[in-house]
Design a binder for this molecule. Structure first.
Ligand SMILES: O=C(O)[C@H]1NCC[C@@H]1O
Length: 345
């Protein structure tokens, strides 16, 4: 078979969300920062993301992480996050998957009971604490980047729906957050189709009305995710809520979503609904959970910001050698509307 590409990929999921990890077969690229490397892949080597995430090798609910040498000398490794529609600057489930794979394959030596790792991401340095036992990375807790609110109670007119009130916040990705009940919906698998359809429409209408720009990196802009939220409840002394994050081009995050959790913490803190240090258990559409808290406060440009810490678990699911036969008619894969939400032109 005339193979033109061969990639070593470790299959992994974090609380249900797939975050495969490329551990071999891709050379480093120039860049002073991981964001520079993100731009390099986005503009010059995006065929790699297409090959792995589009069918037949990928599917809509798959992310893939590329391990690269870090740019910051304080980091143990760098990684880029490939999602269906973008390279995410930062991602919770993908950080948990990448840490788990780095430790369980020995790319970074595992220390028991605690391994401390520093990862270089396109959003900046992320410190991670992994609980490890008998060769298993039992949990990963990461200190996410500063997260902040851009707008509270922003009104947007959505065609076919009317006026919708949303919050806009950054948690490592730019989020539109909307209360599910305000649309007559709930975080419920039975309502998946409506949540995805309505979510994509609200996200597109918000995009047309508001351009979010990160004050320290104007390259971080635009929306690719919308979070349907539910009100906080108290459970065993902790704040608890469910959420459903619709990831472009239109499917749920199967995990509670680490960047979405961080954006929600910024909104809750801005509304005085959660205090620094208070535990917030965030649950996904499939019932899995991230445990989070605000570990400190800061500012980002003109915005007050929180420092979120999020904890979750991941499991390796496979060891794959992904190849491309040079005669394959789909070197960048393909998408079909029955599995991919193909937005109207
Ligand atoms: O946990 C997260 O932050 C990620 N999960 C998929 C979409 C986000 O990048």
């Amino acid at each position: 078979m005339p193979i033109s590409r061969s990639l070593t990929v470790v299959g992994c999921h974090a609380e249900g969300e797939v975050g495969d990890v490329i551990t071999g077969g891709v050379l480093d690229v120039p860049g002073k920062t991981m964001f520079d490397k993100l731009v390099h892949f986005e503009t010059k080597k995006d065929s790699l993301r297409q090959l792995l995430l589009n069918e037949p090798r990928g599917r809509a609910a798959v992310n893939t992480n590329l391990v690269l040498p870090p740019c910051d000398p304080r980091a143990d490794a760098g990684f880029l996050i490939m999602e269906s529609e973008e390279y995410a600057p930062m991602s919770g489930s993908n950080t948990i998957c990448t840490t788990t794979v780095l430790l369980e394959t020995g790319m970074i030596p595992m220390k028991e009971p605690i391994t401390e790792v520093t990862l270089d991401t396109a959003a900046g340095l992320v410190k991670v604490i992994a609980e490890c036992e008998a060769g298993k990375c039992k949990s990963v807790e990461f200190d996410n980047v500063p997260s902040f609110v851009l707008e509270l109670d922003f009104k947007v007119v959505v065609p076919g729906i009317g006026e919708v009130v949303v919050d806009i916040a950054y948690g490592g990705m730019m989020y539109v957050l909307v209360d599910a009940a305000s649309l007559g919906l709930a975080v419920d698998n039975q309502q998946s189709r409506q949540l995805v359809e309505v979510g994509e429409r609200i996200k597109r209408a918000t995009e047309a009305a508001y351009v979010p720009i990160h004050p320290e990196n104007p390259g971080i802009t635009g929306f690719s995710v919308i979070a349907f939220t539910e009100p906080l409840k108290k459970e065993d002394g902790c704040q608890v809520a469910a959420n459903a994050v619709v990831v472009s081009p239109g499917r749920f995050d199967r995990s509670p979503c680490g960047t979405g959790t961080s954006a929600r913490l910024a909104v809750l803190h801005a509304r005085g609904e959660i205090k620094e240090g208070e535990i917030f258990k965030h649950r996904s559409i499939i019932g899995t959970e991230f445990v989070s808290r605000i570990r400190g406060l800061t500012t980002v440009g003109k915005y007050p910001a929180v420092l979120p810490t999020v904890k979750g678990r991941a499991w390796i699911t496979s060891y794959k050698q992904v190849v491309l036969d040079s005669t394959d008619p789909f070197p960048e894969g393909f998408r079909v509307g029955d599995q991919w939400h193909i937005a109207p032109n």
